[in-house]
Design a protein around this ligand. Sequence first.
Ligand code: UDP
Ligand code: MG
Length: 338
Amino acid sequence: MAKVSIIVPCHNEQEMIPILYEALDHESKQLSDYEFEFLLVDDGSRDRTMEEIRKVAAKDPRVHYISFSRNFGKEGAMYAGLKNAQGDYCVIMDADLQDPPALLKQMIDAIEIEGYDSCATRRVTRAGEPPIRSFFARQFYKLMNKASDVDMVDGARDYRMMTRPFVNAILQMGEYNRFSKGIFGWVGFKTKWLEYENVERVAGETKWSFWKLFKYAISGIVSFSTVPLQFASAFGMLLSVVSFFAIIFIVVRKMMFGDPVAGWPSTICIIMLIGGIQLLSIGILGQYVSRTYMEVKERPIYLCREANFDLNDEKQMPLVATAPSQKSNSKSHDGGIG
Ligand code: UDP
Ligand code: MG
């Protein structure tokens, strides 16, 4: 019997946990030919999310959880989920039920019957989203597709089902600055896209501010494209060539006509323009250097504070012992919890 792991990153989702569990439990009954694991990853929630997760874990042994020592971001939570999931198929799903669990059946069919390695989803509408956000999101996808060699689909969600080889490929990309939309595209394989209309969050509120999304977008560009660097060099080159001819022109004019003192304002303007461009280019360079710095440190992508099963991650220390009664009899690995 194939095992399906459903990985759910949860950050301050106290209202959603019971509703989510009901929905997952209901869906798993429809798919009775499969074994399920619900892997809830608590990403440093500050509300009662963990209590709610413990409650559902106590009544259903299929519920596994990992709780982080602080908020590491959704990317960290997805990585932790994939790293520790035991299923043959892994699914990433949001806690707010914006990713309809009813699509699971179609996803399984895409993999088992149609032979895809992964089945992903994209929303074809952005209803319920502020228009300014949709506008920037669209521009971002256009820019990304031009500037990088990975294929990124507009409206793509993180909601997707992956086969084991696909998951292993993702895990090979152990980078610290993670941008999953790019990573999924980068690894290749055959992906089927399911389309659906945007569903609004069932309860709670979005964890993404505009600023957080903006930083995420920049991180995506820097992680998957070196075009900004090429742009900075090309611009520098162009300016140097123009200035070179301008200097020749000025010298020749001086020798032929003398030099009536004029043009101070234009000189200052040009100095400021060039100064600005230089700072911008150094800034772009800085973005890459700072990311290289973070990668070189090889810090763990997440830190586990508590879990109710043995982790499958060399980088995680056994931190807090979990009560034996809550421990499932999953396979044990090196560096496990407990
Ligand atoms: N999330 C997370 N860590 C964070 C922010 C969000 O694990 O720092 C989770 C959140 O609990 C949810 C999912 O990521 O399950 C998507 O978040 P949200 O619904 O707020 O984003 P949106 O759907 O508005 O893009
Ligand atoms: Mg959401």
